[in-house]
Write a protein that binds this ligand. Structure first.
Ligand code: NDP
Length: 234
C-alpha cells in the first residue's frame, strides 16, 4: 500500500537515501530542506525544525499535496563537537534544539493526524553515540539518547492507536557529517567496527523502510542499530 512519507533533512545524506528508498517502493514522499530546493524527482518543502511555525507550515503543504503524513522520519540533525570545557551553552542547546526538540516538534505535528487515522509510523534517526557516548560529543550524544526516551514514551502513549515509534541508531555512515573527520580519527573508528568499514546511507535506508513496512507491525519502542557491530552490548 502506498503511504505518505515525510523525511526531515531529506535533501541530502542519510535522509535523501531514505526518501529515495521510500519513493522506489511507490510511496508518496516529501522531504524538507532549508533553502537548497528539492532533490530531483522528490517533493520538497522548506522547513527549519527549530521553528514550530515553520514545521506547521511544512506539514500543511505536504497535507495539501499528498494528505496526512503516515510515516514520519525525523532525520534532520547537526553536530557541534568539542570537549565539554570548551563547549558553550549555545553549542549545547542548539544541538539539543535541532536534534531532540526538533524531533518533538515534528512528531507532535504528525501525531495529531495519525491519531485520527489510527495508524502511524514514527521513525527517529538516533546514533550509536546516543548509547555509548563519545568524547567531544556531550551535546550530540545527549540529544540522541533523548530520542530513545522520546520514542519509548510515544510508543507507550500511542500504541493503542496502532502508532509505533522506533529509533534507528546508525554507526559511521558515509555522508557530509562524517566527511569532516580526520584520517586518524577515521582509522581509530574503523578499528572498533567489527565489519571493518563505514556504511552507505542506503544501508540505513533499508532498515528504515523495513520498520515502516507491514513486516515490522509488531515492533515499537525499539532501538535498532545499523552500525556494523560498533555499539554491540548497549
Ligand atoms: P548531513 O549533515 O549530511 O545532513 C543533515 C541534514 O539535516 C541536512 O538535510 C540538513 O539540512 C538537515 N538539518 C540540519 N539542521 C536542520 C534544521 N534545523 N531544520 C531542518 N533540517 C535540518 O547528515 P547525515 O545525513 O549524516 O545525518 C542525518 C541524520 O543521521 C542526523 O540526525 C545524524 O545525526 C544521524 N546520524 C548520522 C551518522 C553518520 O555517520 N553520518 C551516524 C549516526 C547518526 P541542510 O541541507 O539545510 O543543512
Amino acid at each position: 500500500m502506498s503511504r505518505t512519507v515525510l523525511v526531515t533533512g531529506g535533501n541530502r545524506g542519510i535522509g535523501l537515501a531514505i526518501a529515495r528508498a521510500f519513493a522506489e517502493r511507490g510511496d508518496q514522499v516529501a522531504v524538507t530542506h532549508r533553502g537548497s530546493g528539492a532533490p530531483d524527482g522528490l517533493f520538497g518543502v522548506q522547513c527549519d525544525v527549530t521553528d514550530a511555525a515553520s514545521v506547521d507550515a511544512a506539514f500543511t503543504e505536504v497535507e495539501e499535496k499528498f494528505g496526512p503524513v503516515e510515516v514520519l522520519v525525523s532525520n534532520a540533525g547537526i553536530t557541534a563537537d568539542t570537549l565539554l570545557l570548551r563547549m558553550s551553552e549555545d553549542q549545547f542547546s542548539s544541538v539539543l534544539d535541532a536534534n531532540l526538540t526538533g524531533a518533538y516538534r515534528v512528531a507532535k505535528r504528525a501525531t495529531s493526524k495519525m491519531l485520527r487515522k489510527r495508524w502511524g509510523r514514527l521513525l527517529f534517526i538516533g546514533s550509536v553515540v546516543g548509547l555509548t557516548g563519545g568524547p567531544g560529543q556531550a551535546n550530540y550524544a545527549a540529544s540522541k539518547a533523548g530520542l530513545v526516551g522520546l520514542a519509548r514514551s510515544l510508543a507507550r502513549e500511542l500504541g493503542s492507536r496502532n502508532i509505533t515509534a522506533n529509533v534507528i541508531a546508525p554507526g559511521f555512515i558515509e555522508t557530509d557529517m562524517t566527511a569532516v573527520l580526520g584520517d586518524d580519527r577515521k582509522k581509530a573508528i574503523l578499528e572498533q567496527i567489527p565489519l571493518g568499514r563505514m556504511a552507505s546511507a542506503a544501508e540505513v535506508a533499508e532498515v528504515v523502510t523495513w520498520l515502516a513496512s507491514d513486516s515490522a507491525n509488531y515492533v515499537t519502542g525499539a532501538v535498532i542499530p545499523v552500525d556494523g557491530g560498533l555499539g554491540m552490548g548497549h
